[in-house]
Design a protein around this ligand. Structure first.
Ligand SMILES: Nc1ncnc2c1ncn2[C@@H]1O[C@H](COP(=O)(O)OP(=O)(O)OP(=O)(O)O)[C@@H](O)[C@H]1O
Ligand SMILES: [Mg+2]
Length: 233
């Protein structure tokens, strides 16, 4: 695989936490390459380091050792301010608990990353409308998070994550708080986002979600123990 194909290259990543006299080795030497357009699920037992790894490859957290290159940029070497700017343009995040701004409406939540990227208001509103329609919420623009169902809130979170047209979407347990039916709809939406060109890395305990990915990476005790492609569902 050439580097032109690889959107993400992580090399020998380590993340340790000092807890008093104890050292927690959450990620203990992980190397991972993810091609442009790929869809990777990271699975494994609770506490094996999935979220820690996702936060490292998403530039939310700094590794204790190793490197992360996204689209040719070494994000592990960036200052916090540069990493924040880079994430805003290149990476979309979706979390189990949605993390929408409670005081803002759906459309305002989707506009927020575009406002941070200083896009003009008319452009923001137009794109936020398109994104809400894309995630199936064209009729919920003016609802605040508390006025939306869990599944609808996660749709807003996906629209927000896509606001600045990131190459990479990272999601940590995006169906973790949803019931089975809403979870299935979310799995379909995430597959659609990948089909439309966004590279996806998703951490999940949800077997149906993992089955929808093109590639499944198994972690255990802070390392990758299995990494294989699977046939499309
Ligand atoms: N901020 C932190 N400080 C100290 N230890 C941490 C911290 N974050 C995570 N850990 C530890 O690192 C290990 C990996 O945690 P991580 O959250 O990555 O697991 P996970 O695979 O995402 O688990 P789950 O499936 O339950 O979400 C765990 O043993 C955890 O206790
Ligand atoms: Mg986790």
């Amino acid at each position: 695989m050439s580097d032109a194909e690889a959107l993400l290259i992580a090399q020998d990543l380590r993340r340790e936490y000092h807890m008093g006299d104890d050292l927690v080795r959450a990620v203990r030497g992980v190397s991972l390459r993810v091609n442009r357009g790929d869809y990777v699920a990271i699975v494994g037992p609770s506490g094996c380091g999935k979220s820690t790894l996702l936060n490292l490859v998403g530039g939310i957290d700094h590794p204790s050792a190793g490197s992360v290159t996204i689209d040719g940029a070494r994000i592990d070497q960036m200052s916090d301010a540069d990493a924040t700017r880079f994430r805003l343009r290149h990476i979309g995040f979706v979390f189990q608990r949605f993390y929408l701004m409670p005081a803002l409406t759906a459309i305002e939540n989707v506009e927020l990353p575009m406002a941070e990227a200083r896009l003009p208001r008319n452009h923001r509103v137009r794109r936020a409308r398109e994104l809400l329609a894309y995630v199936g919420l064209g009729d919920r623009h003016d609802h605040r998070p508390a006025q939306l169902s869990g599944g609808e809130q996660q749709r807003v979170a996906i629209a927000r994550a896509l606001a600045n047209k990131p190459q990479l979407l990272v999601a940590d347990e995006p169906t973790g708080e949803l019931d089975a039916k809403t979870g299935t709809e979310m799995i379909e939406l995430i597959a659609q986002v990948n089909h439309d060109g966004t590279t996806i890395i998703v951490v999940t305990h949800d077997e149906d979600l993992a089955r929808a990915a093109r590639r499944v990476v198994h972690m255990r005790d802070g390392v990758i123990v299995d990494d294989r492609r699977q046939d499309p569902p």
